[in-house]
Design a protein around this ligand. Sequence first.
Ligand code: FPP
Length: 263
Amino acid sequence: MLNKLKQWKRQQGSDSFEERFQELVKHPIPGHIAIIMDGNGRWAKKRALPRVAGHHEGMKCVRRITKLANELGVETLTLYAFSTENWKRPKMEVEFLMKLPEEFLGTFLPELIEENVQVRMMGSTGALPSNTTKAVTKAMEETRHNDGLILNFALNYGSRSEIIDSMKHVLKDVQNGILDENQINEEVFSSYLMTKDLKDPDLLIRTSGEIRLSNFMLWQLAYTEFFFTDVLWPDFGKEQLTEAIEAYQGRSRRFGGLQSEES
Ligand code: FPP
């Protein structure tokens, strides 16, 4: 919780974002932050640039936020980079988006390795261009022993298809006698999802003023705190991350129960 002095300083405008950023670690930091990075197109349009220029700027923002999250000791950062529905976009835009992981990793992989970041990907790889898969696989391979921030890209990811695929897998295991039907519970089902060895997100951020989940981590977000901001993804920086984490730190998470003083 923000104390009175902190609130007063903020009202006086004397508390810079830098100071506020430094203060964050004195309170619980969300272990897993998931972000729906939205607003690249509008960012570009505002500057009379092609939409893809917004995506390219958005890629730079990924680097910025990864660095900050790592500094704060966030354990996992999951970024919605391409949804199963994004294939409906114009061919040229899809091709551009597909090249971004390659460009990002081609540029930043050495730094990510130095910063002990572990790169992961969730989504279905089948439909991805081979160069994209190659770049991501290489990064995952080269960072697999890193034990700092997990940078998890949701690429060609859709939550409903993830749930259906997991359900099919569960059924198959039941049919083959690997799993007893009576053993199926939330924990077991979670272990069939693409996030099987990750904790559920503590904080979900969506930029650009849109207030919906767009088929993102529907199962995993059951008890997550949500933070929506009007800021467009390429403009999302230290100040906005600070604001989002402060909002999270001000929430009381009850997971359906009561606060300790109420019980
Ligand atoms: C939504 O904004 C954004 C996307 C569909 C793509 C997000 C991708 C990035 C931010 C870059 C990813 C970088 C790496 C390294 C994989 P929009 O285009 O829908 O924006 P709009 O709603 O303003 O049109």
